[in-house]
Design a protein around this ligand. Structure first.
Ligand SMILES: [Cu+2]
Length: 507
């Protein structure tokens, strides 16, 4: 089992006493709404999967209208369930009055299908990619990736899940009845204006420095919902779809959560934990035993990430509740899940160093401004306010802010590479995501990662002032006109420069 102190070693997370957890804060109040379930689309013929990106109006707070965007609906989108070996054609239609792209986060597909910043779908136009699904069962997702508007488009609600299934995983009889013992849990934070609309602006120095810190948590687009599940083993597919915020997930009664999968698929064995961390862009699949029939709450604990411990995140915060009904789940929790290849760093053909940086002093300026705002005081006169243009390039990788017309790296198809990713002087946490691949984490601050981070990943924590190593391999091509991206998944960092692009070429 992962102990909390294992984390403290590398990221100095704050420990919150278990005794301080309020018991059943949500599930005891019977006002909670049911967890919204996305529509499931299971393509089984040659007909394309229609994804219509549209504006809409949502109601998160009773009686208040929020202008949102979504896919086939007004906020978020459907869950597309595909099988390994399948060729799936999508018809992505952009009904917004602005351009967009749609990126398949976690899919191993060639660069020209990846949906990055170069594959623009203009307003009123359609994009029809055919994706060959050839990777193990996993929970992936899709969201816009338009530079420099990703943060804004995702904030408005454009995102959906893509679940891959395969024959080996079917044999495990994991809980897989959608909405009965298998649930998506998409976590996003938002701040509401008094009129009900989202309060968000990319070009604010605090947002570009710390990333957006919302004041409330939505689960599948609902505040404090209840998961009504069958009794027995229940599978929760967590996606942190927030722009920037990290969460430490735990339960009100400290029951075991068995982590069975990370971003890129099943772990070798379930990892029982009392709590786990999930950073922006990451996915974890968790099985919880609810056979006692007792209701419980799921909490997030205060997380040591700059700008993210303000109220109500300064103490354990209930974000949804789980309430078993009398029907029985027949899903299993096997002891063995998958055979993962051993991580052999001697296979690496090349090593690379990647430094994620924020312009010197921006973090401190942002914190000073944040404190002044909190106290309702004027911003200190020694703080220089940056222009919008300056804000667009405050973040960088290896000293260079993102540039659409510059290729930063070329990697060779099929070669293993050892990437070391570290930080400049800022004390930020950066969730680092690489397109077109799955990788394995070798170390975090020179130590082995927690067991639940030792499987397939596509997004990984680079802790404040920390350094990580990953072993990565690219199995598809990406040319200079449609390169892959590697970037910080704090979307405000990504949009203001913390992104690079790379090609994958034949040997
Ligand atoms: Cu970042």
């Amino acid at each position: 089992m992962i102990k909390r102190r294992d984390f403290i070693k590398y990221a100095s997370f704050t420990t919150v006493g278990i005794a301080s957890l309020p018991k059943l804060a949500l599930s005891s109040i019977n006002k909670s709404q049911p967890l919204p379930l996305p529509e499931i689309i299971e393509p089984n013929s040659n007909a394309p999967v229609n994804l219509i990106i549209q504006d809409g109006v949502s109601e998160f707070i009773t009686g208040k209208k929020t202008h949102t965007s979504g896919i086939n609906t007004s906020f978020l989108g459907p869950t597309v369930k595909v099988r390994r070996g399948q060729n799936v054609t999508f018809e992505v239609e952009n009904q917004l009055d602005e351009p967009i792209t749609l990126h398949w986060h976690g899919l191993e597909i060639p660069g020209h299908l990846d949906g990055g910043p170069h594959q623009i779908i203009k307003s009123g136009e359609k994009w029809n990619p055919t994706l060959t699904i050839d990777q193990p069962a996993s929970t992936c997702w899709f969201h816009p990736h338009l530079y420099p508007q990703t943060a804004d488009l995702v904030m408005r609600g454009i995102a959906g899940l893509l679940i891959i299934e395969d024959d080996e995983t079917d044999k495990l009889n994991l809980p897989s009845s959608w909405g009965e013992d298998d649930f998506p849990i998409i976590i996003q934070d938002r701040t509401f204006k008094p009129d009900g609309n989202f309060d968000y602006e990319l070009l604010d120095i605090v947002n570009v420095a710390t990333g957006f810190a919302g004041k409330q948590v939505l689960i599948n687009g609902a505040l404090n919902p209840t998961v009504s599940c069958h009794k027995g083993f229940v599978r929760l597919r967590f996606l942190n779809g927030s722009n920037a915020r990290s969460y430490t997930i735990t339960t009100s009664d400290q029951r075991d959560m068995h982590i069975i999968a990370s971003d890129g698929g099943l772990l070798s064995n379930p990892v029982p934990v009392k709590e786990f961390d999930i950073i922006a862009g990451e996915r974890y699949e968790v099985i919880i035993d609810t056979s006692d029939g007792k209701a419980f709450d799921v909490f997030t604990l205060p997380f040591e990430q700059m700008g993210m411990k303000s109220k109500p995140f300064h103490q354990p915060l209930p974000i949804f509740s789980v309430s078993p009904i009398s029907k029985q789940s027949f899903g299993k929790l096997p002891n063995e899940l998958a055979t993962l290849p051993t991580v052999d760093t001697t296979k690496a053909h090349k090593t690379r160093s990647i430094t994620l940086e924020m312009n010197s002093g921006i973090d401190k300026q942002a914190m000073a401004i944040m404190m002044s705002r909190k106290k309702g005081m004027p911003i200190p006169s020694n703080i220089k306010m940056l222009s919008q243009k300056e804000l667009m390039t405050v973040n960088s990788i290896n000293g260079q802010p993102f540039n659409m017309s510059r290729i930063d790296l070329d990697v060779t198809l099929g070669h293993f590479e050892l990437w070391t990713i570290d930080q400049g002087d800022d004390a930020m946490l950066h969730p680092f995501h690489i397109h077109g691949c799955r990788f394995r984490v070798i170390s975090i601050n020179k130590e082995a990662p927690p067991v639940y981070m030792q499987g397939w990943k596509d997004t990984v924590i680079v802790p404040p002032k920390g350094e990580i190593e990953i072993l990565v391999q690219f199995n598809h091509l990406a040319d200079k006109d449609r390169p892959y991206m590697a970037h910080c998944h704090i979307l405000e960092h990504e949009d203001t420069g913390m992104m690079m692009q790379f090609t994958v070429s034949n040997p």
